[in-house]
Design a protein around this ligand. Structure first.
Ligand SMILES: C[S@@+](CC[C@H](N)C(=O)[O-])C[C@H]1O[C@@H](n2cnc3c(N)ncnc32)[C@H](O)[C@@H]1O
Length: 244
């Protein structure tokens, strides 16, 4: 470490110790879009049963869901359409969704109620903080990350949620044999994801060709994806299992 870096490092540490706010690079820009009446009603009426709060700290999934079913965590579920579809199709699993965009959270709760889905709970918060503060290690059966913001421009790549540090955090949260499933329609992001996963210790690529897997039936095809495929655009799915 150079003298200059050491100085910067010490300064950040000191600031954190003093409880000062350190601005971190985030994978999202908070858009305060208006909630529709339906989304607002869904949150007000059902947060008590479906909402999870960062401030409540570490969760115990068997207590939350009142069963011992395996837990699937989805990061950045958007409007929650595919998450609700997956939860409805797999009542033998418990689903936890994390999304920062409040209208998406409202839309997801509204669809879950409409579809009588009861094996799903959601956070409206930054997934990085939820992983650090609320999800116990070695507890998840699946982590899914579908179409994360690609941050196309090179100068914005540091905002991409997938990084060596992120894939290591996910590994810690998965049970042995648990699967990290990512999908993207941005080839350069897919290549970076593959590189990060291949460099990470203790993951086993489930791809027969040692790169990507075909879309598993468990991941619903979105309208957007369907249209993209008809136009010849690609989608890349990656699935890696945590080794013992
Ligand atoms: C491109 S959208 C994809 C949404 C959805 N997965 C889909 O396939 O339609 C990415 C989503 O991730 C959310 N997001 C980005 N960073 C996040 C973070 N750190 N924590 C939670 N959600 C995040 C964004 O708000 C956005 O809704």
């Amino acid at each position: 470490m150079t003298e200059k870096n050491e100085k910067t490092h010490k300064t950040i540490e000191q600031a954190e110790q003093e409880g000062k706010y350190i601005r971190k690079v985030r994978s999202f820009v908070k858009r305060e879009g208006r909630l529709t009446n339906n989304q607002e009603r869904a949150i007000n009426d059902h947060w008590q049963t479906m909402g999870l709060n960062h401030s409540d700290g570490v969760i115990d999934a068997p207590t939350l869901f009142a069963n011992e079913n395996p837990v699937v965590l989805e990061i950045g579920f958007g409007m929650g359409k595919s998450l609700v579809e997956m939860a409805k199709a797999a009542p033998e699993l418990n689903f936890i969704g994390i999304e920062v965009h409040k209208p998406g959270v409202g839309a997801c709760i509204s669809s879950a109620v409409e579809e009588s889905v009861s094996n799903l709970k959601v956070y409206e918060h930054d997934a990085i903080e939820i992983l650090a503060d609320c999800i116990p290690d070695d507890t998840l059966t699946t982590v899914q990350l579908f179409f994360p913001d690609p941050w196309h421009k090179k100068k914005h790549h540091k905002r991409r949620i997938v990084s060596a540090e992120f894939v290591e955090t996910i590994r810690q949260k998965l049970k042995v044999g648990g699967v990290f499933h990512m999908a993207t329609d941005w080839e350069n992001y897919a290549e970076c994801m593959l590189e990060d996963m291949q460099s990470a210790p203790c993951y086993n690529n489930l791809s027969e060709s040692n790169d990507y897997v075909p879309r598993p039936d468990s991941r619903p095809l979105t309208k957007f994806e369907n249209r993209g495929q008809n136009l010849g655009h690609g989608v890349w799915d990656l699935q890696f299992a945590k080794k013992a």
